[in-house]
Design a binder for this molecule. Structure first.
Ligand SMILES: Nc1nc2c(ncn2[C@@H]2O[C@H](COP(=O)(O)OP(=O)(O)OP(=O)(O)O)[C@@H](O)[C@H]2O)c(=O)[nH]1
Ligand SMILES: [Mg+2]
Length: 434
């Protein structure tokens, strides 16, 4: 079974890649956003060990069912593949198994979508038994629907999975093997989870537990190194997903008190759900934290979208109602013409702190804010209420201080500062709208 896993692992020599995306409508904003996402994909490609030699975009409201791109664009891509000796084409969207198969047949090179690429990176960066087990599970679940004749045949040509002969019987056998392996991995993870629980139960409950959350590469590990004492530094790198495991350090507070701070895996746009599911053991630290520090890279032009992605991922983890401190990092890297943004953000997030983990700026304020949340026992959270239940929003005003109110077509989103004694009432109230 190990064979099928190796297919996704990072290849030693750098590969030559093209990247592709659709621009769904012809307005400027859609175009700019699609190009930003494409740049992020290039960064992901670099992390995975590929050099991007060609970028292709097509303006098209929806993907072609069979080939994702239009026929003409596929031809254009093919020409460039030959000219530039490209070995790998990466798509920013998730492709269906059929699209992958057709594209491989048409172009004769490896095709990977965003999820496949993210899985590849996780696979090559996993170090601990836990991370390795989690990623193998996610990969096999990704692989299962793609285990078809064309896939096995092509992979045979390109090395990697299914080097045994193709043919229906073989595929059926492979499928069964994959399924068996999946259940073994799930059992293994359950066992790891049990060991974790025992360890967690053994630790003191008096210490406040804080988890760092945020988009990948925003500086969570750097911040942990700056705020927490520890002999060994946590690995920091200007690549995506430098951290895959949870690390916990003690942090000194005033009056000799301490808190425990955990750094963990970063989030990204379109993080495959199955990856989140299989990383639940690692992310348990987030689920069980008393306070979240939501770290944001203020110097990134897309930090607002990144905040949304993190918020959505926390929702998936059921951790979005936790007391959260917004931490805007990398203020040292903010260009002069964007300085005014901090003023706007101070209005939008009155309890946020602005820091530079690398230069040690704002760390005292951050510690003060953490102390405040612990001692005053009041905290901020973001809630989303369907407009149909708008009366809940008005009742929340009586339970806490509303610091922000944003309307979408279906929901109103509130940022609230609530006293701990009202926490349960807020939760009960929200449950009535769920
Ligand atoms: N200019 C500047 N760069 C920073 C700061 N904090 C971190 N960085 C840089 O940002 C990059 C990512 O830092 P990490 O601490 O690895 O980020 P992370 O959020 O842990 O990233 P992942 O583990 O990959 O999700 C590194 O190149 C850091 O040197 C800061 O305050 N200012
Ligand atoms: Mg990190």
């Amino acid at each position: 079974m190990k064979e099928s896993v190796r297919f996704f692992e990072t290849h030693k020599a750098r590969e030559r890649a093209a990247i592709v995306t659709l621009i769904r409508s012809n307005d400027e904003e859609t175009r700019a956003r699609a190009l930003e996402h494409l740049s992020e994909l290039a960064l992901l490609a670099d992390t995975a060990g590929a050099d991007v030699l060609y970028r292709l975009t097509q303006e098209r409201p929806t993907p072609d069912v069979a080939l994702y791109l239009g026929k003409g664009k596929v031809e254009e891509l093919k020409k460039h593949i030959e000219m530039l000796e490209i070995q790998l084409v990466l798509f920013d969207d998730d492709l269906s198994p059929v699209q992958i198969r057709n594209l491989e047949k048409e172009l004769g090179v490896k095709i990977l979508d965003r999820s496949g690429l993210i899985l590849d990176i996780f696979a090559s960066r996993a170090r601990t038994r836990e991370a390795k087990t989690q990623i193998e599970l996610a990969q096999l679940e990704y692989l299962l629907p793609r285990l078809t004749r064309a896939w096995t045949h092509l992979s045979k040509q390109m090395g990697g999975i299914g080097t045994k002969g193709p043919g229906e019987t073989q595929i059926e056998t492979d499928r069964r093997l994959v399924k068996t392996r999946i259940s073994i991995l799930k059992e293994k993870l359950a066992e790891i989870e049990r060991q974790h629980r025992t360890r967690r139960e053994g630790r003191s409950d008096e210490l406040t537990r804080i988890a760092l959350v945020g988009y990948t590469n925003v500086g969570k590990s750097s911040l942990l190194n700056t705020i927490a004492s520890g002999v060994s530094e946590v690995f920091v790198e200007n690549r995506l997903f430098a951290t895959l495991d949870a690390t916990t350090r003690a942090m000194a507070l005033s009056h000799g008190r301490q808190a425990l701070v955990t750094d963990t895996v970063g989030f990204i746009r379109k993080l495959p759900s199955r990856l989140i599911a299989s990383f639940r053991t690692t992310l348990r630290e987030v689920e069980e934290a008393d306070i979240l520090l939501h770290v944001v890279d203020i110097a990134s032009p897309s930090f607002e979208e990144q905040i949304e992605v993190v918020y959505e991922t926390l929702r998936e983890l059921d951790a979005h109602l936790k007391p959260t401190i917004m931490v805007f990092n990398k203020i040292d890297a903010l260009s002069d013409d964007r300085q005014q943004i901090t003023h706007e953000l101070r209005v939008q997030y009155p309890h946020a702190v602005f820091v530079s983990a690398e230069r040690g700026i704002g760390i005292e304020q951050l510690k003060n804010e953490i102390e405040k949340v612990i001692t005053e026992a009041s905290f901020e959270l973001t809630v989303e209420i369907p407009l149909a239940h708008y009366e809940i929003a008005s009742r929340l005003h009586d339970l806490g201080e509303v610091t922000e109110r944003v309307f979408t077509e279906t929901h109103v989103r509130l940022r609230l500062r609530v006293h701990a004694r009202n926490k349960e009432r807020v939760e009960r109230l929200l449950a009535t709208a769920a």
